[in-house]
Design a protein around this ligand. Structure first.
Ligand SMILES: NC(=O)c1ccc[n+]([C@@H]2O[C@H](COP(=O)([O-])OP(=O)(O)OC[C@H]3O[C@@H](n4cnc5c(N)ncnc54)[C@H](O)[C@@H]3O)[C@@H](O)[C@H]2O)c1
Length: 279
């Protein structure tokens, strides 16, 4: 097998759909073997069957410690070891204003989006430390750093991932294990189709919807995130740890509906004039 990830073994949580599925395909194409760990067991099994002998699947709820442990153990038993953990599974989760938040929804959001990533890191470390190598990547979101993009519980979980990632990166560096995050923005997936159109399967329509207003009418695609993950887990990124790679087509550079980017404020020199007038 050739390819920059030839011989490496990965677990991809949330690998049955969207960004995870795109990354499964990319890692396989780059030469890795992959275990898809997803709560949608049937969809995970279907993608594994399509992907050939270097791909297996296991029905996994990432908020369950025995499930996550079993996914890691399947990688070791099936392919000999674990080099890569992509802790990617996530849900948008609790929705609505803070004063009306349903705490059961909030707890579920944190269980999947934060506890699930914590467990993936814990069990990846369990088998990576004895080998003295490995790479862990977690999927965060622009909602971690920009208010108003996600719901409160989701934003908190995705910000929590950044703190967790840096803390674990600091601990595991002496074991030769790198820990990083990817921050995708507005990527075509079941999650965004559900959010934008209220229909998780409306992938072609959400592709059009996300293209509108995006630079060059080009939406973010799972392949964009997969390419970043492929780089971060490769030996080309051997000195990169504790890093958050933003892959959002510039979404977080705009910061929403800024008055400074529009109208009279877009006129060159406008700020100089305002400064002189002290307004
Ligand atoms: N699409 C975007 O624009 C975007 C932006 C920022 C961050 N993200 C993050 O990217 C990740 C992937 O999302 P996506 O957009 O590909 O959505 P998606 O819904 O297409 O994929 C999410 C996958 O996670 C799985 N999953 C959900 N709960 C699970 C659980 N408890 N255990 C195991 N698997 C579970 C789902 O079955 C699904 O296969 C998520 O963490 C999401 O928060 C997405």
């Amino acid at each position: 097998m050739t390819g920059r990830l030839a011989g490496k073994v990965a677990v991809v949580t949330g690998g049955a759909s969207g960004i995870g599925a795109g990354t499964v395909r990319r890692l396989i194409a780059d030469g890795a073997s992959v275990v898809i760990a997803d709560v949608q067991g049937d969809a995970a099994a279907k993608l594994a069957a399509e992907s050939g002998a270097r791909c297996r699947s296991i029905a996994t709820d990432v908020s369950s410690e025995p499930d996550v442990a079993a996914a890691v153990d399947l990688a070791v038993a099936g392919f000999g070891r674990l080099d890569v953990m992509f802790a990617n599974a996530g849900i948008f989760g609790a929705y609505g204003p803070i004063e009306k938040a349903r705490m059961a929804d909030v707890d579920l959001t944190w269980a999947v989006d934060l506890r699930g990533v914590f467990l993936a890191m814990k069990h990846a470390a369990r088998v990576m430390i004895p080998r003295g190598s490995g790479v862990i990547i977690a999927t965060t979101s622009p909602a971690a750093v920009v208010g108003g993009i996600g719901n409160h519980a989701y934003s908190a979980a995705k910000a929590g991932i950044l703190g967790l990632m840096r803390s674990v990166a600091a601990e595991l560096r002496e074991h030769g294990i790198r820990v990083n995050a990817v921050m995708p923005g507005a990527v075509v997936s079941a999650m965004t189709a559900d959010l934008v159109l209220g229909e998780a399967s409306a992938i072609s329509r959400v592709t059009e919807a996300l293209a509108k207003g995006a630079p060059r009418n080009r939406p973010g695609l799972p392949d964009d995130i997969a390419a970043a993950v492929s780089f971060l887990v490769s030996d080309d990124a051997a000195f990169i740890t504790g890093h958050t790679m933003v892959v959002d087509g510039g979404l977080t550079t705009i910061g929403g509906d800024s008055p400074f980017a529009k109208g009279k404020y877009a006129t060159p020199g406008a700020f100089l004039e305002a400064g002189r007038r002290r307004t």
